[in-house]
Write a protein that binds this ligand. Structure first.
Ligand SMILES: NC(=O)C1=CN([C@@H]2O[C@H](COP(=O)(O)OP(=O)(O)OC[C@H]3O[C@@H](n4cnc5c(N)ncnc54)[C@H](OP(=O)(O)O)[C@@H]3O)[C@@H](O)[C@H]2O)C=CC1
Ligand SMILES: O=C(O)[C@@H]1CCC=N1
Length: 267
């Protein structure tokens, strides 16, 4: 049985923890590092896992998942540095933090994988982009891939693309939820009951995502199929163009990419 330590059990840490358990991991194989007593008891009661100190969790684990905020990563690495040895695999899910930064804190030869996850992993539809550090071989990358693939798709990418990936799929669910909020509010404004507007938007989102995945048709073609000559969709898209929504998306994702790079620099 392989052991996995989860250091940092906030939103993303709990998402990974619950996903591993849904995929059949033995709770006894999962150790969680959490210092807040109330949170530790909550996790133990909810998931039947053992919550200990970071060092105790990481010491004997085959894989150590670091899921703290980028700003806390330096302190956590300093705490764990003397307790991690070659043969253990460190998997970081933090935005911005490079494998070189992590390796510089650890003993020579400890393998590191950088991952950008997203929250739909909570419903086994996550998107994980993974990149190996300098000591990580293909077998270890496969271990990381296997760990993550139980709750979503895994894509191996060069690390130089991680900041862009963070901007697209890491933060991506938030943009989609923002669009959903906006469409529901619009429905309410147009006189629909909120529950009706919400159901219409969620099913439309789900159906559109399924069309994209199952037909493989380009999104532009799918959009054109909805846009009847001189019809309602053309009127709506014209307003989106007038308000430069496409340009706003580009600027937003550039800002997210830039913020990921700033986090790498420690701010
Ligand atoms: N949320 C998301 O959608 C995504 C998040 N990520 C990455 O995941 C990481 C965590 O983000 P998120 O889960 O959203 O943030 P949260 O704030 O929800 O979780 C961070 C967790 O780390 C804990 N923590 C802080 N310091 C330590 C420490 N020294 N030892 C152990 N645990 C500690 C915090 O505990 P406490 O509350 O007690 O301080 C908290 O539970 C970030 O690096 C982020 O970039 C990546 C992709 C998507
Ligand atoms: O907002 C953040 O910084 C994290 C990383 C990607 C999604 N959430």
């Amino acid at each position: 049985m392989t052991n996995t330590a989860i250091i940092g059990a906030g939103v993303m840490g709990e998402t990974l923890l619950s996903g591993l358990l849904r995929a059949g991991a033995d709770p006894a194989s999962l150790l969680v590092g959490e210092k807040r007593e109330a949170r530790a008891r909550e996790l133990e009661e909810k998931y039947g896992v053992t919550v200990v100190s970071n060092v105790e969790a990481a010491k004997g684990a085959d894989t150590v998942a670091l899921i703290v905020k980028p700003q806390d990563m330096g302190a956590v690495l300093e705490e764990l540095a003397d307790h991690l040895a070659p043969g253990q695999l460190v998997v970081s899910l933090a935005a911005g933090i490079t494998t070189a930064f992590i390796e510089s804190h650890l003993a020579d030869g400890v393998s590191v994988v950088r991952v950008m996850p997203n929250t739909p992993a909570l419903v086994d539809e996550g998107m994980f982009a993974i990149s190996p550090g300098s000591h990580c071989d293909q077998a270890q990358l496969d271990v990381a891939e296997q760990l993550l693939s139980s709750t979503g798709k895994v894509l191996q990418i060069p690390e130089k693309h991680q900041d862009a990936v963070t901007a697209i799929s890491g933060s991506g669910p938030a943009y989609i939820f923002y669009v959903v909020e906006s469409m529901v509010e619009s429905g309410v404004h147009l006189g629909l009951p909120r529950a009706t507007a919400t159901e219409l938007v969620i099913q439309t989102l789900f159906g559109s995502a399924k069309m994209l995945r199952e037909t493989g048709t380009h999104p532009t073609v799918l959009r054109e199929q909805v846009t009847s000559p001189a019809g309602t969709t053309a009127a709506a898209i014209r307003e989106l163009e007038v308000h430069k929504v496409r340009a706003a998306f580009l600027s937003a994702m550039e800002a997210a990419r830039d913020r990921s790079q700033e986090l790498a620099a420690g701010s």
